[in-house]
Design a protein around this ligand. Structure first.
Ligand code: CP
Length: 310
């Protein structure tokens, strides 16, 4: 993966996903040390190019880079020359001219990371583009499930809620199916993409049927910023039908875990207690995000630069 862009899970081979997960497990060991820093990326520069708000992804890419001793620059769109009508591509080329070792891009429009990757020398890591893909989120989700369950092959993963507008859902569908899990999606008909079964999943409008025998239950945030009209009559009705609580969770396997990529709309997608307590692994997902992103930076930015610089 040296110097390669990471634009989505769709184009990754199973072996590449497994390599990333194995590397992330090694990075977890660094995070457990008293001094959580290694010199692996010393002298390397990473740019967080976020055009859309983020807490988890931007912060964990920054921490990941710093734990590997890289210099990390956080680009702020609101205080950049974008406000003086500089174009997205000119912004990207300007950053690229400063010779970063990787550029991490989030944008509200699907395809922007690909567009930048077409013109930038530095490898581009997609940190979420519109409703397209969010590969590092799906990879940290796969890492979390793999460590919770000891495997992914043969598991049943139920993804609940706003499938149509969710980049997390798409990346997880690609990832979990490549690793041999059965993936189900469930939500109001207005939140299920047309022909979603073509992605290799089973689609349900009944939460009970979707959860029946599930090992992993992943609730999604309602992506209000990407929804043009109303997809359900009221938040209360959505919560009553698709919001997860301990009663509805009884439809799943007794040892099922509950996931959510965050940020959580508490009381809507997850009940308050489920958001905070087992079998929820929401904060484990966040924790694993640092190690997973260290692995991505090491595999994509690290060795590329080491080779090129001799
Ligand atoms: N899961 C996720 O992408 O969260 P942020 O928007 O906070 O980065």
């Amino acid at each position: 993966m040296i110097g390669q862009d990471l634009l989505g899970i769709e184009n990754l081979e199973r072996e590449q996903i497994e390599l990333i997960l194995e590397t992330a497990e090694r990075m977890q060991e660094i995070g457990a040390r008293e001094v959580k820093k290694v010199p692996t990326l010393r002298g390397h520069t990473l740019v967080n190019l976020f055009f859309e708000p983020s807490t988890r992804t931007q912060t964990s890419f920054e921490i990941a880079g710093k734990r590997l001793s890289a210099d990390v620059v956080n680009f702020s769109a609101s205080s950049s020359s974008l406000t003086k009508a500089e174009s997205l591509l000119d912004t990207g080329k300007t950053i690229d001219a400063m010779d970063p070792d990787a550029v991490i891009v989030r944008h509200k429009v699907a395809g922007v990371p690909q567009r930048l990757a077409d013109v930038l020398e530095a490898p581009v890591i997609n940190a979420g583009d519109g409703a397209h893909e969010h590969p590092s989120q799906a990879l940290l989700d796969m890492l979390t499930v793999s460590q919770e369950k000891g495997r992914i092959e043969g598991l049943t993963v139920a993804i609940i809620g706003d499938i149509a507008h969710s980049r997390v859902a798409r990346s997880n569908i690609y990832g979990f199916t490549k690793l041999g899990a059965e993936v189900r999606v469930a939500g109001p008909p207005t939140m299920l993409p047309a022909r979603v079964e073509a992605l290799g999943v089973k689609a349900y409008t009944s939460l009970r049927e979707a959860l029946d025998g599930a090992d992993v239950v992943m609730a999604l945030r309602i992506q209000n910023e990407r929804i043009a009209g109303a997809c359900f009559p009221s938040v209360r009705e959505y919560s009553a039908t698709f919001g997860l609580d301990r009663v509805k969770l009884r439809y799943a396997r007794p040892d099922a875990i509950v996931m959510h990529p965050g940020p959580v709309n508490r009381g809507v997608e997850l009940s308050h207690d489920l958001a905070d307590q087992r079998p929820s692994v929401v904060l484990d997902q966040v924790r694993n995000g640092v190690a997973l992103r260290m692995a991505l930076l090491y595999l994509i930015a690290g060795r590329r630069s080491a080779v090129e610089r001799g």
